[in-house]
Design a protein around this ligand. Structure first.
Ligand code: IMP
Length: 183
């Protein structure tokens, strides 16, 4: 679906599909310059990172394996709990590999810093992070994110993989919801 199908549920579009794709193409070029010839593994965090992974990985000018983790974080609300539980672990042994975590959004940073520490404990060659979106004002922990698509204001967003109560992940754009949706 795109913004036109959202009707009254949409407050505004923050980032268009074209802007997302253009930025992911730029990031893919930078990422490849860093990892070409290295044993790279792309790690996506389900479910939000599905769209970013699909487009970023295809924008890379060479092959890279992909694996997935699922952790519990938000439930159906809009506030980070900081409580992380692995629902699905990697299928891959990452010993000696260069791991790039591909994320949809860094909000408080709590989830990601937990995941990064967890992966670092498995003896990889390196662990870096690429995220489509980051909310600098929401940061609760310092976390080194090497590649950021867009810094955005501290407001709840949906679309391009991001949900509110499991809806709107399939919106092509990134946008905010009208207040009545939360009522
Ligand atoms: P953090 O731990 O606060 O950085 O956020 C963890 C997870 O919460 C993210 O990976 C998203 O799945 C979800 N999340 C954070 N902010 C938003 C948002 O604005 N919209 C939808 N999901 C969000």
């Amino acid at each position: 679906m795109d913004a036109a199908h959202m009707g009254a549920d949409l407050e505004k579009v923050l980032i268009t599909e074209e802007e997302i794709h253009a930025r992911l193409d730029e990031l893919a070029t930078e990422i490849w310059a860093e990892y070409e010839g290295k044993d790279l593994l792309l790690v996506g965090v389900l479910k939000g990172a599905v769209m970013v992974m699909a487009d970023l990985s295809r924008a890379l000018p060479g092959t890279a394996p992909v694996d997935w983790m699922a952790v519990s974080s938000y439930g159906s609300g809009t506030k980070s709990s900081g409580v992380v539980r692995i629902l699905k672990d990697l299928d891959t042994d990452i010993t000696g590999k260069h791991v790039l975590i591909v994320e949809d959004i860094v909000d408080s940073g709590l989830t990601l810093s937990w995941i990064k520490a967890n992966l670092e404990s498995r003896s990889p060659a390196s662990v870096e992070i690429c995220t489509l979106l980051r909310k600098p004002e929401a940061a609760k922990v310092e976390i080194d994110v090497k590649w950021v698509g867009f810094d955005i204001a501290n407001e709840f967003v949906v679309g391009y993989g991001l949900d509110y109560a499991e809806n709107y992940r399939n919106l092509r754009e990134v946008g905010t919801l009208a207040p009545h949706v939360y009522a």
